[in-house]
Ligand binder design. Structure first.
Ligand code: PPE
Length: 305
């Protein structure tokens, strides 16, 4: 499928333009040096219509990603929130994945180029289950990656910067070539970090564990799941996790806007899940009912389209 050939409307530098006209030049600075920042946001259709999940949190992270790479976004959080709602409306989508993206233009070449224009685009399309619909019930097979996740002083994982994803991409494709569905990356010391595009959780003896945020993204779904666990009375511990911690877990799962809550069926061939991932499935069900507006206590996370 060629995404450039879809139909619809993309917001590009302050205007809604026809999908196929949202183009850039080959000498776009960010294309060469990986300095773009982006977000991944989802809107869901529920009983009260379509709403974007945790919109303001995503837009704030977009701004923080830009701040980390010293890119000055020409639009404030409120404006970008409004545009995301509008772009879903204009494209008449019920369920939508939204991709805000900011990048330096073609007004300079070389790392030393200064005063580059900052361009912002927001596109949206329908995106099904990221790892495959059946994986939401059956779980994914995971391989620990031979690629090390970013050292804390090499690339900044708190930022959703395009260049960070070279590492993710190599890890994912290695895992796929090994017959797995997703990679699990370790940090420079060998501790567990995250998947190529998801945060990692494991359950052991009724306690939920997730790696500390040294070499992984501060995921919004991760925070959501931690809140759910707290509200359900499941203890949550953030700490360094080792490969053998993971091998001996009762359950494990990935979280992400795209991946939602995806159970892990095995890690390096070791089976995960006692019975049918009881805690994972409970959190997954709460996640899907929340994003669809069925949980009154979490309504404040939804922005109606
Ligand atoms: N870690 C990484 C590296 C990551 O890219 C994501 C999101 C997460 C964790 C989860 O973060 P959050 O969405 O806030 O819960 N990955 C996005 C991009 C996936 C893609 O292939 O593109 C996403 O889920 O939208």
């Amino acid at each position: 499928m060629d995404y450039a050939k879809l139909e619809g409307t993309i917001w590009f530098n302050g205007q809604f333009v026809p999908w196929q006209e949202a183009k850039i030049h080959v000498l776009t600075h960010t294309l060469h040096y990986g300095t773009g920042v982006f977000e991944g946001v989802r809107a869901y259709h529920g009983k009260n219509g379509t709403a974007i999940f945790r919109l303001n949190d995503h837009t704030k992270r977009f701004h923080n990603s830009a701040k980390i790479v010293q890119m000055k976004l020409p639009y404030d959080v409120e404006t970008l929130n409004e545009v995301q709602l509008e772009v879903v409306r204009k494209n008449k989508l019920k369920d939508a994945y939204i991709r805000p993206f900011a990048f330096y233009g073609s007004d300079g070449m070389g790392l030393r180029a200064k005063g580059l224009s900052v361009n912002v685009a927001i596109a949206t399309w329908q995106w099904g289950a990221y790892l495959g619909e059946d994986k939401l019930t059956k779980g994914v097979a995971v391989r620990v990656s031979s690629h090390t996740r970013h050292h804390v002083n090499a690339q900044f994982t708190r930022a959703k910067v395009t260049g960070n994803y070279v590492n993710s991409s190599m890890a994912l494709h290695e895992a796929l070539a090994c017959g797995a569905d997703e990679a699990l990356l370790l940090d420079a010391q060998g501790y567990v970090t995250e998947g190529s595009g998801e945060n990692f959780f494991m359950v052991k003896d009724g306690v939920l564990y997730t790696p500390t945020l040294t070499s992984c993204l501060d995921g919004i779904t991760r925070r959501t799941i931690m809140q759910f666990a707290q509200d359900l009375g499941v203890p949550v511990i953030e700490r360094l996790l080792t490969r053998d911690d993971v091998y001996t877990a009762d359950e494990a799962f990935f979280t992400g806007t795209a991946a939602e809550v995806t159970p892990i069926a095995s890690i390096d061939g070791r089976a995960m899940g006692i019975g049918d991932w009881p805690i994972t499935k409970k959190l997954q069900a709460l996640y899907f009912s929340t994003v669809k507006g069925e949980q009154p206590e979490y309504q404040n996370w939804l922005s109606a389209v």
